[in-house]
Design a protein around this ligand. Sequence first.
Ligand SMILES: [Zn+2]
Length: 386
Amino acid sequence: MIRVEALPAAEGDCLWVEWTHAGLPHRMLIDGGSGRRARLPDGLADRLGRLPVHDRRFDLIVCTHIDTDHIGGLLHLFTRPPEGFVADEVWFNCRDHLVPADLLGPRQGDRLAELLRARGVAWNSRAGGGPVVVPDDGTPPVFSLPGLRLTLLSPDGEGLRKLRDAWPEPLTEDSAPDHPDLLGDMEDLFDLDPPTGEEPVAIPWGELADEAGYERDRHPQNGSSIAFCAEDTTGARVLFGADAHAETLVASLSRLGAGHPYRVDLCKVPHHGSAHNTSAALLDALDCRHWLISTHGGRALRRRSEEAQYRFGEGAQPSLRAMARMVRSGGTRPTFWFNHRVPSTERYADASLAAELDFDAVHPEPGSQGITVLVEKGRVRQAPPF
Ligand SMILES: [Zn+2]
């Protein structure tokens, strides 16, 4: 069994993953959530605080890519590690894996690299110290942790080359509001007819699911995302999609699945449910019923959300288009797992909508945040609260 906790991570990801092997607990952390304040994000701080000091060991910590909503919390973690904190290995593709050392890069990516060097952390060791990357040919590489096999699906060489070209740009959090993907998702909303009076907006789900409306994510940081499928010794599989490009995932999955959809028991939906990372081709490449969505709705939208609030409630991740596609794909009743209760996720708590579109949804208890999913082969359920 693989236990996946989607900690509250604002617009980002912070996935706390545990499994047992030979009677011993093992653990990895995928991203640290957003860390804009000068301290560890609350969700991660609380979770670390619940571990006894002698048991704060991680088999692996993955920084999937350099966007603030993933790297931010990890910067705080490595700047001021809590007592007893041990990371056996870190995966992080920094500029030294990509470009000559004389180019300046985004502050945060360079800062994390400095910290890892200063702390002498085992860094990309399983990849021989080079980049964690899917080679151009052959089956995607598999890296083994005790009791867990990680099959790498992203980035590919092209994704890293594009990041290399983008690295000299000052891609700081200040530039994030103009993130093309978030703007694209906002357009989803504004394409629809405005509401009249107090009438709720009728969302044209069928229309939104239409693949003709798909535009791929071209954001270089997202394309550099480390995404992989984790499989335990019983065959339970979780796809951790980071903010990866759907096209990269599809290319790797097709090399794995030999023409058949690749079974995963749970998929952490790429890029917080953006319409630009959830293509019909990706859904076709997967045999999956359980979709985990990590978002509080999206920062850029929250900033300029007056119109979005007017129409649909604050926030717009996950995108309606991505949700419509997931609902329509595969023919089996999907279950959506959300780590935040915000208007853009709360809408799926509506029983009549769930019946109409044929899905199930699991939200955090009212007043709480974060969700924990227990994944066995062919069986996915919610963990009881601590
Ligand atoms: Zn993100």
